[in-house]
Structures are given as C-alpha cells and as structure tokens.
Design a protein around this ligand. Structure first.
Ligand code: SAM
Ligand code: SF4
Length: 422
C-alpha cells in the first residue's frame, strides 16, 4: 500500500481537518507513514495564528523542495495560510501541487480523482469517516469577533453555522460506526445557530445530540466569556452525555488590556461567570487561554492576570506570548513594546504557576476511581480521557480500544494520571 504523510500544526480545527483527510486517504488505499520521505502524498496543514507558526510552515515548505525534486510526491498545502494570498503562495512555492482552504476537502478529492488516484466507483464521504472512538465535528466556521490581536476572522471569514440536521445526521452516522465521543468545534461555539433560519442555539444542539444512541460523550470548544449563556450551563448540568469540561479563554486579567484586546467582557464578568459555572457544575474542569506581553501590558497589569489565574485555579492554561499579526487591529494601531525577553519571563511565570496548580488539582484524584474512554495506545499503555479531560494511562493485555472503563488512579502529575483497571 502506498504511503501518505500529514504534517499538522495549530488548533483543534486543523487537527480535525487532518483527521478527516487521513481517513479519506485511507479509504482510497493509502496508509499513514511517520515521515515524509516514503510518502507519495504529503499534506501540510498550516496555522498562522502566531508568527512563529507561520515561520514553521514556510520552513517546512522550503525543506520539502529537495524531496519533491528527488521523488516527486504530491504536495498539498491547506489550513489558514491558504487565503486570498494564494497567487503569491503559488509563485513562491511552485513545488506545491495543490493549495486548498480549510475544509475544502472536495478540492483534494477532485485533484486526486483527476490524477486517477481514486479507485473507480468509490466516492468516500469525507464527512462521515472517522478512525477513532473520539472525533471532532465542526459546527460553526469563522468568527465575527475581531479581537484586536487575532487573525482568525481575516483568514477563516465570518461565522457560518452548519444546519442542525446536517450535524445530527453526521453524528448519528459516526455513532453507528462505533464513535463514542464527539467534540463539537468552533472558534466561538456559543454563537452557534444565530445565523440559521430557526435560530437554534448550542443548548438545543446538545439536547438533540444527547439522544443519539451509541454516543456516550459530548464535548465542545471554544466558548466565549461574553456569549456563554446560563441556558447552556444548565443544559450541561442536565444532559448526562455532555462532559463537565469547559474551555473558556480569559486572555488577560486586567480590564484595560481586555478592552484593548476588544474581548467584550470585564474581569468581574469573567469571575462571576466562573462562580456561576462552578455553582451549577461543582465538578467541572476548566481550561483557559492567556496572552502575555500584549502591547502596553505593564508589570502591574501582568500581575493582575497572574493573580487571577492563581485565584481561579484552572485545570489547564494555554499561555502564548503576544505575536503581532499583519492586518489585525492591534498590529496596525499598537506598538509591540514588551521586549521578547520580558514576554518570555511572563510566559514562564504563568507556566510555573500553572504547573503548581495542576499538580494540586490532580493530586486530589489519587486513590479515586475515574471513568475513561480508551482512545489508543502509547508506549505500551492504553490511554484515554476522563469526562473532565484528564489524560489517563493504564496497562492491560486485553483490547480496550473504544471501551469506557473504570480506572483507579495511583499516580498523578500536572499533565496526566496513571492507574490500574478498577
Ligand atoms: N476563539 C478562541 C478565543 O476566543 O479565545 C481562541 C482562538 S485563537 C485561534 C487560539 C488562541 O491563540 C487564543 O486563545 C489566543 O490565546 C492565541 N492567540 C491568538 N492570536 C494571538 C496572537 N496574535 N498572539 C499570541 N497569541 C494569540
Ligand atoms: Fe480570534 Fe477572538 Fe474570534 Fe477567538 S473570538 S477566534 S480570539 S477573534
């Protein structure tokens, strides 16, 4: 069987797209290879959210020039880098055979069909394929928010919700094929449905998905603090398949910085929201995103973010150093005036604070029995996640893939739990 290779960076959306592309290529007769060297089809799935990510994509493209000359694999580029600048990309990287935008899978399948690489009579449905017990399902594309630092609305366009019937049909199909868990994806899932004729919301969608036979767990990300409704929090509490895990980016713990970021909420609003969530869902696990070194961020302002993280005690914090992105409001109007070393120092401070917090949160799970969905094997152990999204490893000779099992936690770290079957 010939090989394909997919290289992915960036957000869950990109991981979801790559999963679908891989599954499609497997249906038309290719198998995954760990490296690009052996592959006959190479897909690069790009991210441009930070300059460092864009640089990695450019380096990767350049590094594949020699391989393309030597072995002439098909080279395709997708993800956020493929936008209106595609003509410039074509000029710069003539060794790339195909450029296709995020989720424009049909362009890949049409390209391969034109090259007679798709077996006759086979019209694999990309949207319905899934290789794993847990999979991603995009529900809303794009973003209308225009946070001042963020390039996403420029690259992924305005919000477009997928019709509810289409999502239900897809998830029913997935469940029928053995998928136990779906993660609904969107840059701002809380605004799901506002652009659809009957204006359903995320709580409505969760209610319908909760009824699907065979499906055991439902997650969703990312939520926006200004749009998260009480109705949604209540729905989480009442729908037994919806996991007690929320991704709610804070970005900064200072009101002036939040205003300059155009986030649309204050620290007080965020704090009250967390209180409300924890009151209704006492076992909820919370993750957040933070940017350090935003233009003009003083030591005191950073300290407020640090103190708020310490006060609220998140399960996971994704911290990034501010990176000016061309075309965004911040890059046009604000000077990137926090020195790189200072950004790094603040980033490391947040990382080490969070390591301590996660150590404490996870330590409390020691000796407890948790339920996990087994997603795969790593280094000779089974791995899966709890409903609260904690990564758990355990050993067992039997094939446990796709099973919901109970594991007694014996060892904890800030990043994962180890245990044995209970
Ligand atoms: N929609 C989500 C939200 O509202 O936060 C997240 C989407 S964004 C693509 C993912 C994360 O990348 C953000 O939460 C932010 O922390 C980070 N990010 C986005 N733009 C950035 C920039 N210019 N510099 C540094 N980090 C950035
Ligand atoms: Fe970017 Fe803000 Fe939209 Fe998130 S909500 S994707 S940070 S513009």
């Amino acid at each position: 069987m010939p090989y394909y290779h997919i290289w992915t960076i960036g957000c869950q959306m990109n991981k979801a797209d790559s999963e679908r592309i891989g599954s499609y290529l497997e249906q038309i007769g290719y198998q995954s290879s760990p490296g690009a060297e052996e592959a006959e089809i190479i897909v690069l799935n790009s991210c441009v959210v930070r300059q460092s990510a864009e640089n990695r994509v450019i380096n990767k493209l350049n590094s594949l020039k020699a391989l393309k000359r030597r072995q002439n694999p098909i080279l395709a580029l997708t993800g956020c880098i493929v936008d209106s600048r595609v003509d410039e990309l074509k000029r710069r990287f003539p060794h790339v055979d195909l450029f296709f935008g995020p989720q424009a899978f049909f362009e890949l399948s049409r390209f391969l069909a034109n090259r007679h690489l798709v077996p006759e009579g086979l019209e694999p449905d990309l949207l319905l394929s899934s290789p794993s017990p847990s999979t991603f399902v995009p529900i809303i594309q794009g973003c209308d928010n225009f946070c001042s630092y963020c390039i996403v609305p420029y690259r992924r366009g305005r919000e477009r919700s997928r019709p509810m019937e289409e999502i239900l049909c897809e998830v029913e199909g997935l469940a029928a094929r053995g998928v136990k868990e779906v993660t609904l994806l969107g840059q701002n899932v809380d605004s799901y449905g506002h652009d659809l004729p009957t204006r359903p919301d995320l709580a409505d969608l969760l209610g319908e998905l909760n009824r699907i036979e065979g499906l055991e767990r439902i997650r969703f990300l990312t939520s926006h603090p200004k749009d998260m409704s009480e109705r949604l929090i209540e729905a989480m509490a009442h729908l037994e398949k919806v996991c007690e895990h929320l991704s709610l980016p804070l970005q900064a713990g200072d009101d002036d910085i939040l205003r300059a970021m155009r986030r649309g909420y204050t620290v007080e609003h965020y704090r009250e929201l967390i209180e409300c969530i924890r009151c209704v869902l006492p076992h909820v696990a919370l993750s957040t995103d933070v940017i350090v070194g935003f233009p003009g961020e003083s030591e005191e302002q950073f300290q407020r973010t640090y103190d708020l993280l310490s006060e609220l005690g998140f399960d996971t914090v994704h911290v990034a150093a501010y990176s000016p992105r061309p075309g965004t409001i911040a890059s046009r109007r604000l000077e990137d005036d926090v020195p790189a070393e200072e950004k790094r120092r603040r980033l490391e401070m947040v990382e080490s604070l969070q390591e301590g917090i996660a150590t404490e949160i996870n330590r409390k799970l020691s000796g407890q029995t948790v339920e996990i969905l087994v997603e795969g094997r790593k280094k000779g152990k089974w791995q899966g996640r709890t409903g609260t999204n904690k990564l758990v490893f355990f050993s067992d000779e039997a094939d446990r893939l796709g099973e919901l099992v109970k594991v007694k936690v014996e060892k904890t770290s800030p990043w994962a739990l180890q245990g044995r079957l209970a």
